[in-house]
Design a protein around this ligand. Structure first.
Ligand code: ADP
Ligand code: MG
Length: 523
């Protein structure tokens, strides 16, 4: 039987795990690394680099190095998040034919799913090399707060990478599965996951192998990257006032600043102060200009205080949605690299009135949980049941642009619900069903997942036809919708496909193009 792997496809780092001798283990690369940077680059001679080699050359090849593309996947090009990324990232992002953001490096263009596929293929390769056999299926994790479009784009990435994606599961739920394997008894746990690009908060109940997500909240555009950016802005501002030079348009200088900012941030998790040194950062009529300064933990904390506070708002919302109070939580587990910052640990500890649980490795636990779920799906030897929830309410727009919620956020998935709708005019022969996901009462303020038309409604006075709209969210959080005219029995159904996701034809074409990169383990 071919092997199944669990992949934590992170914004910053990815990690792969599989079962060995009845235990989930993280698979190291041949270089001994347990995590692989989610970075993809092309060199001047069109060589593809992934992971550590790509990250190592990021400074000297900033324009052709893609990182943090998970922040773009499944979004519309004109979304605020993509527009913000245009300012932040040195690689070229442009609008694709599906109104999706696409990436261009070294004169080649990629969809975001293809970029993720490059990373996924590397994780598959690492696993095959280590296991000495081919791997064809995977469970891939996504932030709990990913919407339908982001999930579909991630699943497409898996398919492009040559993987049968058995299920998409949420990162905090995966973390809970791994944590649950090591703990018996009934517990309510809170998982706070602050990674490089996303923030997720979930509250789960565990008992005897059943992991039930009670509530989830978060922000898919908030993470360590934003902490780094605050430091960069601070340094750029200081440099400008000292030397009168604006570094913002100098891609290489900005990449060096980002690099040094991240390093300083990590050092400040251990120490009270650190020195930042960037010789020859710029030059003017008077010669080369260097950047040398001290950054203290206090200064850093002042720069990012509001971001940390922002995460606590989601924590509060999540606890409220779970119908609990902070003191009801038995254990708090913190996950994600950015949660190593003392200020973050303290904020979480203060909110819950207890220290976060030590003893899970925040870099590995998500991949381990994905491997556990994979094993449970494939051969049933893992006695676990994961009951997850949908992070966002689902519904359609009705007359006046109002959002009619059909499935509430935090409903357990899979879930199926139907609701009757009717026409607003006499003899109306067609209705347009526009499907949205989000919490705003005005439909357009939410994410449009897709739309379709149900035509051929027999002539009738307004308000008379009964049109039943059914919504279905599967275990991966992926949505499908159908509409039926009860009088004629006519039915239209779709797997909701936002314009920004790849069509089946586009996907087939990409899968074929990418097959040329496939590798097989030897012997
Ligand atoms: P993702 O899940 O998004 O790939 P990770 O969980 O790997 O992200 O976290 C990466 C983020 O954690 C980066 O922004 C990195 O700078 C930050 N990070 C890693 N170690 C530390 C540390 N010791 N102190 C503060 N931040 C850290
Ligand atoms: Mg992560």
């Amino acid at each position: 039987m071919a092997r199944v792997i669990g992949i934590d496809l992170g914004t910053t780092n990815s990690c792969v795990a599989a079962f060995q001798d009845g235990q989930p283990v993280v698979i190291p690369s041949s270089g001994g690394y347990k995590v692989t940077p989610s970075v993809f680059a092309m060199t001047a001679d069109a060589e593809h680099l992934v992971g550590h080699p790509a990250r190592r050359q990021a400074i000297t090849n900033a324009e052709n190095t893609v990182f943090a593309s998970k922040r773009l996947i499944g979004r519309r090009f004109d979304s605020a998040e993509v527009q913000r990324s245009l300012e932040l990232y040195p690689y070229r992002i442009f609008e694709g034919p599906n109104e999706d953001p696409r990436i261009s490096i070294s004169d080649q263009t990629f969809t975001c799913s293809e970029v993720s596929a490059v990373v996924l293929r590397e994780m598959k390769r690492i696993a095959e090399e280590f296991l000495g056999e081919s791997v064809d299926s995977a469970v891939i994790t996504v932030p709990a707060y990913f919407n339908d479009t982001q999930r579909q784009a991630t699943r497409d990435a898996g398919r492009i990478a040559g993987l049968d994606v058995l299920r998409i599961i949420n990162e905090p739920a995966a973390a809970a599965l791994a944590y649950g394997m090591a703990h018996d008894g009934e517990e309510k746990i809170a998982i706070y996951d602050l990674g490089g690009g996303t923030f997720d908060m979930s509250i789960l109940e565990m008992s005897d192998g059943v992991v039930e997500v009670v509530a989830t909240a978060g922000n898919t555009f908030l993470g360590g990257e934003d902490f780094d950016q605050r430091i960069v802005d601070h340094l750029v501002g200081n440099f400008e006032s000292e030397h009168g030079i604006d570094l913002r348009s100098d891609a290489m200088a900005m990449q060096r600043l980002k690099d040094v900012a991240e390093k300083a941030k990590c050092i400040l998790s251990q120490r009270e102060s650190t020195e930042i040194n960037l010789p020859f950062l710029a030059s003017d009529g008077e010669g080369p200009r260097h950047l040398t300064c001290e950054l203290s933990r206090d200064q850093l904390e002042a720069l990012v205080e509001d971001i940390v506070e922002g995460t606590l708002k989601s924590v509060e919302q999540c606890v409220l949605d779970a119908g609990l109070e902070p003191k009801d939580i038995d254990h708090v587990v913190v996950v994600g690299g950015q949660s190593r910052m003392p200020m973050v640990q303290e904020a979480v500890a203060e909110f819950f009135g207890q220290r976060p649980h030590k003893g899970v490795n925040p870099d590995e636990v998500v991949a381990l949980g994905a491997a556990i779920q994979g094993c449970a799906l494939v051969d049933g030897t893992q006695d676990v049941l994961l009951l997850d929830v949908t992070p966002l309410s689902l519904g359609i727009s009705t007359a006046g642009g109002h959002f009619a919620r059909i499935i509430d956020r935090n409903s357990t998935v899979p879930v199926n619900k139907s609701h009757p709708f009717t026409t607003t005019r006499d003899d109306q022969s067609a209705v347009k069903i526009r499907v949205f996901q989000g919490e705003n009462d005005m439909a357009l303020e939410n994410d449009l997942l897709g739309e379709f038309v149900l035509a051929g409604i027999p002539s009738a006075p307004k308000g008379e036809p009964e049109i039943e709209v059914s919504f279905d969210i599967d275990s991966s959080g992926i949505v499908s919708v159908s509409a039926r005219d009860m009088a004629s029995g006519m039915k239209q159904s779709i797997t909701v496909n936002a314009k920004s996701t790849l069509s089946e034809e586009e996907l087939d074409l990409i899968i074929e193009e990418n097959a040329q990169f496939d590798v097989q383990p030897r012997g």
